[in-house]
Design a protein around this ligand. Sequence first.
Ligand SMILES: NC(=O)c1ccc[n+]([C@@H]2O[C@H](COP(=O)([O-])OP(=O)(O)OC[C@H]3O[C@@H](n4cnc5c(N)ncnc54)[C@H](OP(=O)(O)O)[C@@H]3O)[C@@H](O)[C@H]2O)c1
Length: 283
Amino acid sequence: MTVANVTLNNGVTMPQEGFGVFQVNDLKVCEQAVLDALDVGYRLIDTAQAYGNEAAVGKAIQASSVKREDIFLTTKVWVSNAGYELAQASIMKSMDNLQTDYLDLVLIHQPFGDYYGTYRALEELYKVGKIRAIGVSNFYPDRYVDLVKNVSVTPAVNQLETHVFNQRQNDRIFLEKYGTQIESWGPFAEGKNNLFQNPTLTKIGQSYNKTAAQVALRFLIQSGVVVIPKSTHKERMQQNFDIWDFVLNEQEMQQLQALDTGKSLFIDHYAGETAEMFNDRKL
Ligand SMILES: NC(=O)c1ccc[n+]([C@@H]2O[C@H](COP(=O)([O-])OP(=O)(O)OC[C@H]3O[C@@H](n4cnc5c(N)ncnc54)[C@H](OP(=O)(O)O)[C@@H]3O)[C@@H](O)[C@H]2O)c1
């Protein structure tokens, strides 16, 4: 099984499939999950300051026989670390936690707080080689385009809620226009909407001997999206990684495109309550 790479706008390559550790709060469980994921073959690990598990990810990478340079490591700067100085200090702390002296990708986690200050810190660390690529997360077209128009380094990645029920067609027009790679968070919508039992996903999977989960990931891969599914079960990690030996045909892709509702199943980033909630969450 060969995982494809995507080439980012600065020439850096990134595996198109990786492993996410959101809500893996028990640090022992997180360490074991990352070890298992590396053993299965994942080479992209996605964490964040706000997940509280960077140190566990760092321990697992140290303990694993996979070399650091063979791993694409992502973290994200939280809102309470926004602003040039705080962001810079927080990224140094993340590197300590992760036991590494460079990061492959650092994202601004949410479009709140002084994220222009944060972005300047990212640009500077990028220019001195401490971060190989920089980007954003949860930046919808308005804030994404505004950022692109006012910074010197175009974000390499925008990590957005993306799954069969929310396919991000409008966002993708702008990401393509300015050269930013889309990365999916919640590729299974965390199982919402009964994704794992969805009849369209299940039926398409049957002809390839694949599960609904595998079809959901394969659809995103064939749509040019980077995916970072999460599981703390090794057999599911294996299942989720076993998506590189089949190809959905045009008709199947169209059936899956028809599942798009164009709406979030999680959160409204335009709501005042969301801005309050994220600004009030202090790490
Ligand atoms: N930037 C952001 O704001 C943001 C937000 C959310 C997530 N993320 C990133 O995106 C990653 C993935 O998103 P996510 O963790 O929210 O959700 P997800 O990957 O869509 O779904 C994870 C859920 O699906 C279950 N699952 C995994 N594989 C399965 C399978 N083959 N069959 C049945 N159930 C399966 C997992 O359960 P088990 O663990 O029990 O197997 C878990 O409950 C995160 O870990 C994080 O790195 C980023």
